[in-house]
Design a protein. Structure first.
Length: 78
């Protein structure tokens, strides 16, 4: 998708956003085809083994705190 299309206001597509899903899938396909998957996996492994580990763990905790505030009705079984 061209950049000018990405910058246009999005219309409400109801439940699920097919346009965003299609764009995500296309971006993932392009990334895999780029041949950078193994390189990025090694970078992630080095980050976990190195000095970035603490920062990554802190970011994970922050993310989990946000998830803990999720509306309980979302997971309620009917």
């Amino acid at each position: 998708m061209e950049d000018k299309q990405r910058n246009q206001p999005q219309r409400n597509e109801g439940e699920g956003n097919r346009t965003a899903a299609r764009q995500y899938n296309e971006d993932q396909r392009r990334f895999v085809e780029s041949g950078k998957v193994d390189e990025k996996a090694r970078e992630a492994e080095r980050a976990l083994d190195g000095t970035e580990r603490h920062d990554l763990e802190q970011a994970e905790l922050i993310g989990k705190r946000h998830a803990a505030k999720e509306d309980p009705e979302v997971k309620r079984k009917y």
